[in-house]
Design a protein around this ligand. Structure first.
Ligand SMILES: Nc1ncnc2c1ncn2[C@@H]1O[C@H](COP(=O)(O)OP(=O)(O)OP(=O)(O)O)[C@@H](O)[C@H]1O
Ligand SMILES: CC(C)(CO)[C@@H](O)C(=O)NCCC(=O)O
Ligand SMILES: [K+]
Length: 249
């Protein structure tokens, strides 16, 4: 079995797959290295043959987590590294090492699935969009605050915006103009994300007409689905790219 890890800015997404056919044994989302070791240990510890990881954390944090996994489960961790070109996709950054690995792997995964021009949008801690042309050229993309960052900026920098997570969730039952603080903020931030998605799709249309695929991923992808009709929601898109970048057998 193979352990796959996507270390984001706020959460670690993990799953364990069978090496032979990539069927999923189990997985989850945790918010600390300790919670990850406990969760994986409960599932598959003794039977791991390998591990692969993508991380947007610092080199030190990434190394520490790899070492902890090595100690706990006696497996080497293959970490995805920046490259200029892979699987027919060419990195569009001036300095290819600066492109976030989560964005790069999502782009690889999307181009592999689309076999043509694609727009990839990832709604996590940050919201990201990346453009890959039909010939595999990555054109670059956009980064802006995602739902958690927009919300926390408002909470942090105002005196009178205060509410709890449960009321935040209730507030999103509709997107009508908010009639309480929590509704006004939560719905306002969702509309920002939807506006971001619309603008990216307009841009893709200007570049490619109707000849492109749209992919949505990240924890908050469901919030923008209505703004991207026809988009493929692929929650494990980064893992698709990770398997391409770090083949283990
Ligand atoms: N089961 C879940 N666990 C954690 N977050 C979730 C879940 N479902 C939806 N979310 C939402 O997803 C968002 C986090 O998305 P994601 O896990 O993709 O972030 P991340 O990988 O830490 O961020 P980034 O990819 O920008 O580094 C949060 O706003 C959170 O509320
Ligand atoms: C933008 C984030 C933080 C999103 O996770 C990540 O992709 C990252 O750290 N990127 C490096 C900066 C860049 O992609 O230009
Ligand atoms: K990330």
């Amino acid at each position: 079995m193979i352990l796959e890890l996507d270390c984001g800015n706020s959460f670690i997404k993990w799953r364990v797959i069978h090496a032979a056919d990539a069927t999923i044994v189990g997985g989850g989302i945790v918010d600390s290295d300790q919670a990850l070791l406990a969760a994986v240990g409960g599932l598959a510890a003794a039977r791991l043959a390998g591990a692969r990881m993508v991380s947007v954390r610092s080199e030190e944090e990434t190394d520490a987590l790899c070492e902890a996994i090595r100690q706990a489960f006696a497996v080497d961790v293959q970490v995805a590294r920046p490259v200029i070109e892979m699987a027919g996709v060419r990195n569009g950054y001036e300095d290819h090492e600066r492109l976030g690995m989560d964005r790069w792997l999502a782009a690889l995964g999307a181009f592999h699935l689309a076999k043509g021009a694609c727009l990839v949008m990832d709604f996590g801690t940050a919201a990201k969009a990346d453009f890959v042309a039909a010939d595999g050229q990555h054109l670059g993309g956009y980064i802006c605050p995602g739902m958690p960052l927009m919300r926390s900026q408002l909470r942090t920098h105002t005196r009178r915006i205060r509410y709890d997570d449960a009321s935040a969730e209730r507030a999103l039952s509709s997107l009508e103009p908010g009639r309480s603080t929590v509704e006004a903020v939560e719905r306002g931030c969702v509309l920002m994300l939807q506006g971001f998605a619309h603008t990216q799709i307009d841009q893709a249309r200007a570049l490619w007409g109707n000849e492109f695929s749209v992919f949505l991923t990240g924890g908050d992808a469901p919030l923008v689905q209505v703004s991207a009709p026809g988009a493929r929601v692929v929650p494990d898109l980064v893992f698709v790219g990770l398997a391409m970048a770090c083949p283990l057998s």
